[in-house]
Design a protein around this ligand. Structure first.
Ligand SMILES: N[C@@H](CCC(=O)N[C@@H](CS)C(=O)NCC(=O)O)C(=O)O
Length: 322
């Protein structure tokens, strides 16, 4: 894998300035997990922002590797939050930064108590997406979730022509991405039978997602109150909500979370989607290609036994090691 041309430093980079129109501006993508997290956080904090939508190949084309966006983030990933023109890189840093601004009601998303803050930070880390997520699904639920997205990518990519995907072989920093998307487009969901690498990626992500969710269930059950830290909704809830949302979009949430198998997770999720921020930051940004992908998956699960079996066997129950 070729690395992005220039690594960016996580957090606020005061030494870098871009032109801006509003105090807060967000470069983001409707579908991206990390973008959803930051939108959700800004919505919870009632911080207004100027929106710059950046397409990724799965929502249309590689806008993230175009010169204009590379100028904003040489790492070529979304989201990027600007505050008075200064970029804040890495979504987990962006939410911490936003929540600690005077514009935000600090008490809303950050616990006062240092010990609780440390617990919150741990759960943020456990939901973060790091480099090479498909190889590091054991590290966090954030890394396990891209593997769960693979079936959804496969139906979303039906809408993207080959020539657009192939541009990634020339210009994307990670050549595995166009290779994976071409294979998914060519084989459809059969890719998980035909390509060992894809099958293994899905299995490993399922196995580890079950483990992460077991731990999440234990945490929720140990607190008196709906949220990860009990009575207070915090940045940790923001970060985990988008993981559940992605499982929902990928038609696998009901295999991971039911009132019977993980009751605390189930109650927590219902409480998350009842918040106005979910409507504002997630539902209002639903992308037509994502809607197509989810509808196709649902239909195929119902009509194609092989797809129902893929879900039941590869995702729906904890896997044995290996
Ligand atoms: N650790 C980064 C991860 C950012 C990231 O990987 N973003 C994805 C979308 S969730 C992206 O922009 N991918 C573009 C691509 O690979 O082409 C963060 O949390 O902000």
């Amino acid at each position: 894998m070729r690395q992005p041309e220039k690594a960016t430093r996580a957090g606020l980079c005061k030494e870098i300035s871009f032109s801006f129109e509003q105090p807060f501006e967000l470069y983001h993508n409707a579908f991206s997990l990390c973008s959803m997290k930051v939108r959700l956080c800004l919505s919870e904090l009632a911080i207004p922002y100027k929106s710059h939508h950046i397409d990724l190949i799965e929502t249309g084309f590689y806008e993230n590797i175009r010169r204009d966006f590379k100028h904003i983030n040489p790492g070529c990933t979304v989201p990027v939050l600007l505050h008075n023109g200064h970029p804040v890189y890495e979504s987990h840093e962006q939410i911490r930064y936003a929540a600690s601004q005077p514009e935000a009601d600090v008490k809303t998303l950050l616990p006062d108590d240092a010990q609780k803050r440390a617990i919150m930070d741990r759960w943020i880390d456990l939901s973060s997406l790091t480099d090479n997520p498909l190889e590091n699904t054991h590290l966090s639920a954030g890394n396990a979730v891209p593997g769960q997205t693979l079936p959804l990518f496969t139906t979303m990519i039906e809408k993207i022509p080959y020539y657009r995907i192939a541009e990634g072989f020339l210009r994307h920093f990670d050549k595995r991405r166009p290779a994976m998307f071409c294979a998914m487009k060519f084989f459809g969901l059969d890719v998980f039978n035909k390509v060992e690498l894809m099958k293994n990626a899905l299995r490993a992500s399922s196995r580890n997602m079950h483990r992460h969710l077991d731990e999440f269930e234990r945490q929720l059950a140990s607190e008196s109150g709906t949220w990860i830290l009990g009575k207070q909704f915090t940045l940790a809830d923001v970060s985990w909500c988008v993981i559940f949302e992605r499982l929902r979009q990928a038609e696998s949430l009901e295999l991971f979370v039911t009132p019977n198998n993980r009751p605390a997770c189930h109650a927590w999720w219902l409480a998350c989607i009842a918040r106005p921020s979910y409507q504002q930051a997630i539902t209002a940004h639903e992308h037509p290609i994502v809607l197509h992908g989810s509808h196709r998956l649902r239909a195929l699960k119902e009509t194609e036994p092989a797809v129902a079996a893929l879900y039941a066997e590869q995702i729906g129950r904890p896997m044995n090691e290996g």
